[in-house]
Design a protein around this ligand. Structure first.
Ligand code: FES
Ligand SMILES: [Fe+2]
Length: 438
């Protein structure tokens, strides 16, 4: 249980709020590179700020305050130039540093462009990596944008999947350090959603949580497993500050504002050895729906959608004054404590957890992964089919609902077989092994 005051400290992300200021000191993926194939501007809201993300004609990205500093017109309706973006109202043009480059009428009446030179809007740096666009909204200097090792894995098909979730970011991130929910949300409930009766999956018997440089690790043992199971010997990673890393996929939870979260899923699927060498030309990105328009209920068919249902069900900003934490929540308590300590560290100007400053050290940074061997060295089609974690990826994209047809086709071509739209849960829901759930 937390006091109201502490709950607000964890959840409020607007400018000037401690948590918002802390999170702004990290790079966050905010959009897919492929989103700019057919448009040049995108209206965005991040950390309670209205912004425009754009790609100019020279291929550079910028992230600016959405409202023009002249008289507040909406720059997401502006048009891009060779350098920067121009407001569609009176033609003021801005570069990616927020500097005004052109002020047509003012420059006509003042050859020295004094007003233009003095006009600057809010701007945040953007970088491209792994098919995503990343923003840094904190004070300068910016740390390195982490180069996680999986971004350089070969012979794989990656995709970035986005969704907007109408609840606060922190309850989404608490899900990253909540191993027991796999058993209930994804396995047992998942089976029932697919009308599969039968016994419950093996239950969790033992949990362990450890803090590491880039976050926390959780480990688990379920009925019938030994300590050799990679989910005990290696475990899974809560990537600081707002991500979950499962060894083959990341799940970031980016605050849009206090009441909404941008869910960003990045999944890497190694192709079977028979398909090698495979070089992915472009990492696709897409937005998944979260509500079924027919029933007006949340979509429950896919793994992350089931998580979304859990998060939004907790309330827009869950009331932590009325929770009853048990042993299963040990990791959540550890993580909250660390956030409170990090907020204090930030306020005292001390170094913050997990930031990478040295470019020399930012090269294929390794994170613990229970499936690293398989992803690095590859598996034959038969081995992959039999693999509890990776096998289901040869049958269906079960992770999030709404995969576009063209992405599915590209993936089928990469792995060399058609998807079956199989019921993932039929194959895995009642499995007696437990390296299976994603
Ligand atoms: S409001 Fe943007 S140029 Fe006037
Ligand atoms: Fe989950």
């Amino acid at each position: 249980m937390l006091s109201d005051e502490k709950n607000r400290l964890l959840t409020e992300v607007g400018r000037g709020k401690p948590m918002g200021e802390l999170l702004r000191r990290y790079w966050h993926p905010i959009a897919g590179v492929s989103e700019f194939d057919d448009k040049a501007t995108k209206a965005m809201r991040l950390f309670g700020e209205d912004l425009v993300l754009y790609k100019d004609l020279s291929g550079h990205y910028g992230l600016l305050e959405r409202h023009c500093p002249h008289r507040n017109a909406d720059l997401s309706y502006g048009f891009v130039e060779e350098h920067g973006i121009r407001c569609a109202y009176h033609g003021w043009q801005f570069d990616r540093d927020g500097q005004c480059l052109h002020q047509p009428f003012e420059e006509a009446v003042d050859a020295q462009s004094r007003m233009r030179k003095a006009t600057k809007t809010i701007a945040y740096p953007v970088q491209e990596k792994a098919g995503m666009l990343w923003a840094y909204m904190g004070p300068q200097p910016a740390p390195q944008l982490p180069d996680w090792d999986i971004f350089s894995y070969e012979n794989g098909f990656a995709q970035a999947v986005f969704a907007e979730i109408p609840c606060n970011w922190f309850q989404c991130q608490e899900n990253s350090i909540d191993p027991v929910h796999f058993e209930w949300t994804h396995n047992n409930w998942g089976m029932r959603l697919h009308n599969i009766d039968g016994p419950y999956v093996p239950t969790h018997l033992k949990l362990k949580f450890e803090e590491v440089e880039h976050g926390f690790i959780y480990k688990r043992i379920r009925q019938g497993e030994t300590e050799n199971n990679p989910l005990w010997s290696i475990g899974r990673m809560v990537l600081w500050p707002n991500c979950f890393y499962l060894g083959h996929q990341f799940e970031w939870r980016i605050p849009i504002d206090d009441n909404n979260t941008l869910s960003v899923l990045w999944v890497f699927c190694r192709v079977p050895k028979e398909q090698e060498p495979y070089v992915q030309k472009r990492i696709p990105s897409w937005y998944g729906p979260i509500k079924d328009p027919q029933t007006n209920r949340w979509i429950t068919s896919h793994v992350t959608n089931q998580d979304f249902v859990s998060w939004v069900g907790q309330g827009t900003i869950t009331d932590r004054t009325r929770e009853k934490l048990g042993q299963s929540d040990t990791g959540i308590v550890m993580m909250r404590k660390r956030f409170f300590e990090e907020i204090e560290a930030m306020q005292q100007g001390k170094p913050l957890k997990g930031l990478i400053w040295d470019p020399e050290k930012n090269h294929k940074v390794e994170l613990p992964s229970a499936c690293e061997d398989e992803l690095v060295h590859g598996l034959t089609r038969a081995e992959m089919n039999a693999h509890p974690l990776l096998g289901p990826f040869l049958r269906d994209f079960f992770v999030q609902a709404g995969q576009p047809e063209n992405v599915r086709r590209a993936y089928e071509e990469a792995v060399g077989q058609p998807m079956q739209n199989s019921a993932y849960f039929k194959v895995h829901g009642s499995s007696q092994t437990s390296k299976n759930e994603t």
